[in-house]
Design a protein around this ligand. Structure first.
Ligand code: PHE
Length: 339
């Protein structure tokens, strides 16, 4: 090994390092030249002992200079390739903002359906389901609706060409349930209904109902219905809510009632939501008409009650929503409020 060898090695090393374009190449050159175990500079240091004594100090200096130059060149090359190749070095750039996924929220209509289902499940009701397209029998005839009843009219109901229709109420599921099960029957049935209503702030051509039916072979009274609905009202709206019944008419229940809940916002004092009356109309209900039992092939000495409510209406009352169309506009600014 001569001084010239050392110089040549330095030139080669520096030019190789300068043309290295990736961190991996630079690292390979670092190991090749100044690696602690098998690096070239290390090997040359060992060879110093074979050099004639007169040249030793000069060669030692040159080797130290070589090591220093290579070390510096490696550092420079590392930071250069590190910067320009940051993307290819790692799939992640931890300095960039992350992909933020906003968690979804359950739609207020689904929230009401889930809540009502939970409350009635705790009383032993099971959730039943049925199709949106129904027969005239299930939607009207079996429910004791008179042939001339205005709800059958084309202006109220969406009829299909084959004589079937888009169900106007979820009472159809109660008929299906009674046709396929003997009493006792204890179900609630949430679902979508359709009516030819002109769409405005409180009406939609399709909307949701939840109905309930309890039929047994032992007596079931209006008092049972009232206590069940009072329990439901307290669970749904809060412990101080009261329930009142008003006489009403439905073809499939006799006697029939409409049930009002005391306003959960003003506690009966009168406000915008209860239109100053202190009461909010929530549902229709009654004792199942014996003619319905006959229509589904039940013994006429069955006893039972049925009730039904509008889901949109409950969501609107609960949250103080004044326009039903907001529930269908799919505007995230609106929907994200219902966490
Ligand atoms: N189906 C009735 C309606 O749509 C509501 C109701 C259900 C009333 C059950 C009484 C009993 O208006």
């Amino acid at each position: 090994m001569t001084l010239a060898d050392i110089k040549k090695t330095q030139e080669e090393a520096l030019s190789q390092i300068a043309s290295a374009s990736t961190q991996a190449e630079v690292e390979q050159l670092r190991i090749k030249y100044i690696g602690a175990k098998n690096g070239l500079v290390q090997a040359m240091m060992k060879n110093l002992k074979d050099i004639p004594a007169a040249e030793k100090p000069e060669a030692g200096k040159a080797l130290n200079a070589l090591r220093a130059a290579v070390t510096e060149a490696i550092e420079t090359a590392k930071s250069k390739t590190g910067e320009s190749n940051s993307a290819s070095r790692s799939p992640f750039d931890f300095s960039l903002p992350g992909n933020w996924t906003v968690p979804g929220t359950v739609h207020p209509i689904s929230q009401v359906i889930e809540e009502v289902s939970r409350i009635f499940s705790s009383l032993g009701f099971t959730v039943a389901d049925g199709p949106d397209i129904e027969t005239e029998f299930n939607n009207f005839d079996a429910l004791n609706t008179a042939k001339h009843h205005p709800s059958r009219d084309e202006r109220d109901t969406f009829w299909l060409d084959d004589g079937r229709l888009l169900r106007t109420q979820t009472s159809t599921v109660q008929i299906r349930e009674m046709l396929s099960h003997k009493p006792p029957v204890r179900i609630i049935n949430p679902g979508r209904c359709y009516r030819r209503d002109t769409i405005d702030a409180t009406h939609g051509a399709n909307f949701h109902q939840i109905e309930g039916l309890y039929v047994d072979t032992k007596p079931v009274s209006l008092a049972d219905l009232k206590s069940t609905l009072a329990y439901f009202a307290r669970e749904m709206m809060g412990p101080s809510v009261k329930v009142r019944f008003r006489p009403h008419f439905f073809p499939f229940t006799e006697p029939s009632v409409e049930a009002d809940f005391s306003c959960h916002l003003c506690h009966g004092k009168g406000c915008r939501v209860c239109k100053q009356s202190g009461w909010i109309e929530i549902l229709g209900a009654g004792i199942v008409d014996t003619r319905v039992y006959k229509n589904v092939g039940y013994d006429e000495d069955c006893y039972g009650y049925a009730f039904g409510m509008g889901v949109e209406r409950i969501a609107m009352i609960k949250h103080g929503i004044t326009d039903l169309r907001l529930l269908y506009a799919n505007d995230l600014r609106f929907l994200q409020q219902f966490v």
